[in-house]
Design a binder for this molecule. Structure first.
Ligand SMILES: [Fe+2]
Ligand SMILES: [Fe+2]
Length: 206
C-alpha cells in the first residue's frame, strides 16, 4: 500500500530537516554558516513544516478523536516549542553556548522526527479516512503556496547541499535503533506499538 499523500509530504520534509539536524554539530567549526542554518530551522522546519503539522495535521487527528494534550500530540507540540526556544538561543549564541545548543537541537530534532515517522504517521494512516486525507493534501498545497513554493524549494536545495557537504544523509542503523528504543516508552504509554518500517531515503530536491 502506498503512503497517503499528506503523510508522504511530511515524511519528505523530515528527510531534509533530519539531514540538517544531523549536521548541526559540524557547524561549531563553520560558524559563518550559522545564520543560514538558523534561517532554515525557522523558515522551513518551523514555519513551513511545523506550521502544516500544528495547524492542519494535528487538527485533523484531533477531529478523529486524538486528544490535543498528552500522548502523542501534546508531546510533539512540546517538542516544537522546545525547538523554537533552542533556535532562538542559537541565533544569539556565544562560543560558550554553541556546542551545547547545536548538540541539543540535533538530539531534539532527530528524536522528534523518529517519533513522528514511526509512531504518529502509522497512527494517522490508520485513523484518517480517505476524504480527510484528500482534504489535508489540498490544504498542505495551499499552505505551501502561502509560504512560497520558490522559498520552499530554495531551502530544500540549501539542505541538500549541507547534507552532502557533511555526509549526514540518513541515520546509521545503530543510531536509528538507539532512537527507536528512546521513543519506545512513548509508544508504550500511547499504546501505539507496531511494526517499524525501514528508514526513508533523502528525496531529490527540485
Ligand atoms: Fe513535528
Ligand atoms: Fe514533523
Amino acid at each position: 500500500m502506498s503512503t497517503p499523500g499528506p503523510i508522504s509530504v511530511l515524511e519528505r520534509e523530515h528527510r531534509f530537516i533530519a539531514g540538517v539536524a544531523a549536521a548541526l554539530p559540524f557547524l561549531e567549526a563553520s560558524p559563518r554558516m550559522l545564520p543560514d542554518v538558523v534561517g532554515f530551522l525557522r523558515e522551513y522546519a518551523d514555519a513551513c513544516h511545523h506550521g502544516k503539522e500544528e495547524v492542519l495535521f494535528f487538527a485533523a487527528l484531533e477531529a478523529e478523536g486524538l486528544p490535543p494534550a498528552g500522548c502523542p500530540l501534546g508531546v510533539l507540540r512540546n517538542d516544537h516549542d522546545e525547538a523554537r526556544g533552542l533556535v532562538r538561543r542559537l541565533s544569539a549564541a556565544d562560543a560558550a553556548d554553541l556546542r551545547y545548543l547545536l548538540g541539543a537541537l540535533r538530539e531534539l530534532y532527530l528524536n522528534h522526527i523518529v517519533k513522528e515517522d514511526y509512531i504518529l504517521q502509522p497512527l494517522a494512516a490508520r485513523l484518517l479516512p480517505a476524504d480527510a486525507m484528500a482534504e489535508l493534501e489540498q490544504r498542505f498545497e495551499a499552505a505551501d503556496q502561502r509560504f512560497g513554493l520558490e522559498r520552499r524549494d530554495r531551502w530544500e536545495r540549501f539542505a541538500t547541499e549541507l547534507i552532502r557537504r557533511f555526509h549526514t544523509e540518513g541515520m546509521a542503523a545503530d543510531e536509528l535503533d538507539h532512537r527507536r528504543r528512546h521513543i519506545s516508552e512513548l509508544a508504550r504509554t500511547c499504546h501505539l506499538e507496531g511494526p517499524i518500517p525501514p528508514q526513508l531515503p533523502l528525496p531529490p530536491s527540485t
